[in-house]
Structures are given as C-alpha cells and as structure tokens.
Write a protein that binds this ligand. Structure first.
Ligand code: MFU
Ligand code: CA
Length: 296
C-alpha cells in the first residue's frame, strides 16, 4: 500500500492554484480583445455614416475612414523652368527632290576631241586645165625587117635548147636511164615501196610506173629487176575488177608476159603485178614492197 505524504499534498495544492490563475488570465485577455473590437465597430458606424458607395465598402476600413491620410488631388502647379537642350536626334528620312535650279554660266572651251569618222565622198570637181605636150616617143617597131630578126633570134635560141637537151638525154643514159625505140625513158633508183607508195613516187617525179607495151620496154624493166636483184613493180593491176588487168591509166593490156600459171590471185589477195629477173610477170599482194621503176 502506498500512502500519500504531507509534502506531496502541498505540492498538489500549489499546482491547482497556478492552473486556476492561467485560466483566469486567458479569460481576461479574450474579454479585452473582444471589447476592443466592439469599440472599433462602434467607431466605424459613427464615423462613416452616409457611405453608400459600393467601392468604398471594398476599401480597407482605415482608408475609407481617412485613417491612412491620402487627400484629394491638388490643382495643377505652374509650368517649371525650361530644361537643358537634349542630345542630337537621329537623321530624318531623305526629303523630296527639289526643283531644277537656274542655268549656270557657260564653261571654258574643252580640249580638242578625237577625229570623227570619214565623211562620204564629195561631188566630182570641175575639169582641170589641159596639160603641156609631152616629149616625142620612141620610133615604132612595126617594121617587117625587125620582125624577121626576132624570128631568127628565137630559132637560134630553140636550136641551142635542143642541143642542150640532146646532151642531157645522153647524160641521162650514161647515168642508167634506159631509152626505148618508142621514145620512153625508163629508170629506177632501187627504191622499194608497196604499190600505192610506188605509184606516188613516180607521180611526184612527173612520171608513172612502167607500163610495158612492147618486149623492149619489158626488157628495160627486167634490167632494173636484175640490177637490184628483186621483183620490180609494173603499173599493171586488177584492183578495179578481179581478173581484168589494166595499165595504170585504166587501158586494157596490149602486151603481157605472164609466167607459167599466172596470174593466179594466190590466197585471193593478188591485184598487183611484178616483173622478175627473168622478165616474167606474176600477180602479187599490193601491200608488199618491191623495186619502183618509172617511165618518162
Ligand atoms: C605462186 C605465185 C604467188 C606467190 C606464191 C608464193 O603461187 O603465183 O604470187 O608468189 O607462189 C603458188
Ligand atoms: Ca601470183
């Protein structure tokens, strides 16, 4: 069993006294606040009678009742002193074009310009005065004796030329050019060329490939084949029509000296003709190079 002591009793008594005091203080504080609010409401009711404006109702009480001190707007004051000049403003937009000014004074004379284009031909001028008589001319040459002397001189020149040409022909034969009784000169320097080039070689020398029309001419060609120990080209060919052999100028053959079994168009590729060291003809490929013999 636990028994209360006297000291415990006194303590409890002291506690109960302090609680009562607190409650009492709080009650008095509430009453004070309430009474102050009541005074404020009464004050507003008395001071603000007659306020019917709805906006005033929404304003704070202190403001409506002039407690915050803001008065009515005063009258406009007098104009102030002129301020100092402001900074220069931005350049404005370009103005409209002005009127044309009065004509200026005449300027100084300029430098001389470039010559102008040539003008058109002017009108024909008047005939000039007749000139002086000229000096007497040479005696005319319409004399028959003079004409005869000119003819004789030309005949002499011609005879001289024939003599020189005769010597030249003999010299050519001494150099190896062969002359036939038909008047042909036949020559070769031993050059070897395919047929087309051989043709051109003689043409460039104002001549042609040898086109033998007699045994004598064929022998002349044969002698060059012997001299250079090679086949020699003739102008004869059947390039235009297979099997129809013609001279270089296209004329049909009047003389031939084909070898045995020729022409045979071997490998179907023989349109040109050579003369051998034996003097016999053989058709051969035109692309092969052989000795070139020309006739003049
Ligand atoms: C003969 C000739 C030809 C050729 C050939 C090698 O034919 O007719 O032109 O030279 O011999 C068989
Ligand atoms: Ca042949």
């Amino acid at each position: 069993m636990h028994f209360l002591q006297r000291s415990d009793f006194n303590k409890d008594l002291k506690n109960s006294h302090s609680i009562t005091a607190v409650i009492w203080s709080f009650t008095m504080w509430v009453l004070n606040v309430f009474s102050m609010l009541l005074v404020a409401v009464v004050f507003q009711t008395i001071s603000c009678q007659g306020l019917t404006n709805a906006s005033d109702v929404c304003r704070p009480l202190s403001e409506i009742c002039g407690l915050s001190g803001k008065g009515e707007k005063g009258e406009k004051g007098e104009a102030g002193l002129r301020g100092s000049t402001g900074p220069i403003g931005k350049m404005g937009p370009q103005g409209a074009k002005g009127n044309i000014g009065p004509k200026g004074e005449k300027g100084d004379t300029g430098e001389r310009g470039m010559p102008g284009a040539q003008g058109s031909v002017g009108q024909k001028g008047a005939a000039g005065e007749k000139g002086n008589t000229g000096p007497k001319g040479d005696t005319g040459n319409m004399d028959a004796a003079y004409d005869m002397s000119r003819v004789i001189a030309l005949e002499n020149d011609l005879a001289d030329l024939k003599t020189v040409i005769g010597f030249a022909k003999q010299a050519l034969q001494l150099l190896g050019i062969k002359k036939t009784t038909s008047g042909k000169y036949i020559y070769s320097d031993g050059t070897n060329l395919p047929f087309s080039d051989a043709e051109a070689y003689c043409t460039n020398a104002n001549s042609a490939l040898i086109n033998p029309k007699t045994q004598e001419e064929n022998r002349a060609a044969q002698q060059f084949a012997k001299k250079y120990d090679s086949l020699a080209y003739l102008g004869v060919n059947d390039r235009m029509k297979e099997g129809t052999f013609v001279y270089q100028d296209g004329q049909r053959l009047t003389y031939t000296n084909w070898g045995s079994g020729e022409p045979n168009n071997y490998n179907n590729n023989e349109d040109c003709v050579t003369v051998s060291t034996d003097g016999e003809w053989n058709d051969v490929p035109c692309s092969l190079p052989y000795v070139v013999v020309c006739e003049f």
